[in-house]
Design a binder for this molecule. Structure first.
Ligand SMILES: [Zn+2]
Length: 666
């Protein structure tokens, strides 16, 4: 019997060997039929009954195929099709901060987002997707390209604490998002929304402001949560809570929330997700490729969480193939639970359709073939050799065929909102050949940019931010000393020497060397600032890039001319090693007593250093930096007098750097 009829006038009946409705009962009609009135599903049912009930409506037979709801790709970043394969086999931080974000800063534009979205829509139609949930920049362009392609989507605008490609600060992002939501709110294909990127790229203020906008306009709120163990540890260290608890305390779940990943969540967090109807977007390929882990999907489903399946962005997948994603989701759940009955194929199809729609808060529009839903559907051919033969004994066999054997290339026809976007594997709304040409031209530009950047350590340093050019001339003198106490006593000469500042550091220096003519080395320095009682009071991390130097002795001191760039070091040593890929490394550790003094009107840094690794003993080092070579020469004269005052003879001065002395010793 047919059920749930709507009153609209039917315009088309589709018939096929199988109709899967993905309603609450997962009703399967074989053979089956669907009645459509323009853009809406009137009813689905057994073929004989439908044809008897609607004798005068135009019919279209899809033969031995499966007709089912269009697939929901519950989390992606569609313009990133244009960054597919840009940088692979890297850790998440190196991949994101070292490559994706610098390229995005340079290349993400309204035009790039528009082109990348159209390219993505072509690929998504070919894998049977009729709805996707996006998170990116210039979401207005993404929504426009999606609507032109005839695709349905939840398009959520990214909010970051750093400058984004489409906004110099998050205030502008929030203002842009308000306008964007107002413009698209009542569109038949687009649901707008807001997307603070992740806990580690936002602040509590950004989360609350974004939630307020989502609640005010009643639109979804999308975010990446608990993707890596490091994120969990950082949130715990900063806010004292696990990630989901932290979100809950910020009041985020008052909005219609959807959370990508949720790989590292415990039972109490899963209970919170279920209680607040937070949709979880499972990205198995992306989580494996970036080695984030495997989300506990079976536990979430058992707790009643709405879980959708998703590809994530094509830069971390590297495709938008939902058939691969469904199969992997099923297999992974079985593997990590040592349980072959975990996540059966029927449940996976539910996750890729109606549960995905629920997870992204769009199940009132799409996700199943039921009366009143939009006509979003696909036809899948089960006749290819990789899917033959078919058995009829087990009613769930049809789901097994789709999840374990079907390929995205078996999708033949796609309808969104009652309009065909692909028929017999031909896209009807997009010019694929033209899109491929434009994508190739874009890739050429990114390639040239990265090839140039990779050829220079300095450009690579600039790409990760905060770099300052420093004084290029330096005068320095160094001498081996035995009696440090006597030297310190000589510094205490109030008539001639004014002490501005005194500090005590422990310095851990790692030198990176490269086969690059314009670079001498990159030094990563970790300073432990030691208090009067000998305890560590603070830390400081810096990167210094030194170009090849021109050095000469002048008045018994070393005059150095070289390029010198300094930047704050905000990542781990491991990050910099993987990002810069030095050809060799060397480390030097020392204990440094430093005085900033003024002598005869010239400011000098005076260091008494104890080199502990390698063990080289105590040295006096005096330095001054300037922008002018002539000034450096003048300072060298004053420095000569200072050295004499401190009892250092001209021929005791060593014209070497610590790194050279230390390399001689090892
Ligand atoms: Zn993502």
């Amino acid at each position: 019997m047919t059920k749930n009829k709507t009153s609209a006038t039917p315009t088309l009946i589709l018939t096929a060997a199988h109709v899967l409705t993905c309603d609450d009962q997962m009703t399967h009609y074989t053979p089956g039929a669907i009645v459509i009135a323009d853009d809406v599903v009137v009813t689905a049912g057994a073929k004989d009954h439908i044809l008897a009930d609607y004798p005068d409506v135009e019919q279209m037979d899809l033969g031995q195929k499966v007709l089912m709801p269009g697939i929901v790709n519950a989390h992606t970043h569609v313009p990133m099709t244009l960054l597919r394969g840009l940088a692979d086999d890297l850790r998440l931080d190196v991949w994101l901060m070292g490559y994706i974000m610098p390229v995005e800063r340079e290349f993400v534009s309204p035009e790039m987002c528009y082109l990348g979205t159209k390219l993505a829509c072509a690929e998504l139609f070919r894998s049977g997707v009729t709805t996707f949930a996006d998170m990116y920049y210039f979401e207005h362009e993404i929504a426009k390209a999606t609507a032109e392609a005839g695709m349905r989507a939840l398009c959520t605008e990214s909010i970051l604490k750093f400058p984004a490609p489409d906004a110099p600060s998050y205030d502008e992002s929030l203002a842009y998002t308000r306008e964007y939501i107002q413009e698209w709110k009542d569109h038949p294909l687009i649901v707008p929304g807001i997307a603070p990127h992740a806990p580690y790229t936002t602040t509590p203020e950004i989360l609350k402001a974004s939630r307020d906008i989502a609640v005010e306009y009643d639109v979804p709120f999308q975010i990446h949560l608990a993707e890596t163990q490091r994120e969990v540890a950082d949130v715990q260290a900063t806010y004292g809570d696990r990630v989901i608890q932290y979100m809950h305390k910020q009041g985020v779940f008052e909005a219609k929330t959807l959370a990508a990943h949720c790989v590292h969540v415990d039972d109490s967090e899963i209970a919170l997700l279920a209680e607040h109807n937070v949709g979880v977007l499972h990205n198995p390929t992306s989580n494996l490729k970036l080695a984030a882990g495997v989300a506990p999907i079976q536990k979430m489903l058992n707790a009643g969480v709405n879980v959708g399946v998703a590809t994530d962005g094509p830069a971390s997948n590297n495709d938008l193939d939902m058939f691969e994603e469904m199969r992997l989701a099923s297999l992974l759940a079985k593997g990590i639970n040592y349980d072959p009955v975990a996540l059966p194929a029927k449940e996976t199809i539910r996750m890729a359709t109606i549960n995905g729609a629920k997870a992204i808060h769009m199940d009132h529009i799409t996700g199943s073939l039921e009366a009143g839903k939009r006509a979003d559907l696909i036809a899948v051919d089960l006749s290819p050799v990789h899917n033959a033969p078919s058995f009829r004994r087990d009613p769930n066999g049809i789901y097994s065929q789709l999840v374990y054997a079907s390929k995205s290339t078996d999708v033949t026809d796609v309808m969104v909102n009652g309009k065909w976007t692909m028929q017999n594997k031909t896209l009807t709304t997009l010019d694929e050949a033209a899109l491929l040409d434009e994508a190739a031209a874009f890739a050429g530009k990114v390639d040239s940019f990265l090839i140039e950047r990779e050829s220079s350590v300095r450009r690579k340093l600039v790409a990760i931010g905060g770099v300052e050019y420093q004084e290029s001339f330096e005068v320095q003198a160094k001498a081996k000393i035995e009696d440090t106490a006597a030297l310190i006593a000589k510094l205490d000469n109030k008539e001639q020497i004014t002490i501005l500042k005194q500090k005590h550091y422990r310095q851990y220096d790692t030198y990176f060397y490269f086969d690059a003519p314009e670079t001498d080395f990159l030094r990563l320095r970790e300073d432990e600032i030691i208090g009067e009682d000998g305890s560590t009071e603070d830390f400081r991390y810096r990167l210094t890039l030194i170009g090849p130097s021109d050095e000469q002795m002048h008045d018994g001191s070393l005059l150095i001319s070289r390029s010198r760039y300094i930047a704050p070091s905000t990542h781990t040593l491991r990050f910099y090693r993987e990002y810069f890929r030095p050809t060799s490394e060397h480390t030097v550790t020392k204990d440094r007593l430093r005085w900033r003094i003024v002598y005869h009107g010239v400011e000098f840094a005076v260091n008494i250093d104890n080199l502990t690794e390698p063990t080289l003993g105590h040295f006096l080092e005096i330095k001054s930096r300037t922008w002018s070579q002539r000034d450096a020469r003048d300072k060298a004269k004053v420095m000569r007098d200072l050295l004499t005052l401190l009892g250092i003879e001209k021929d005791a001065v060593i014209a070497r750097h610590y790194i050279d002395l230390s390399q001689d010793a090892t």
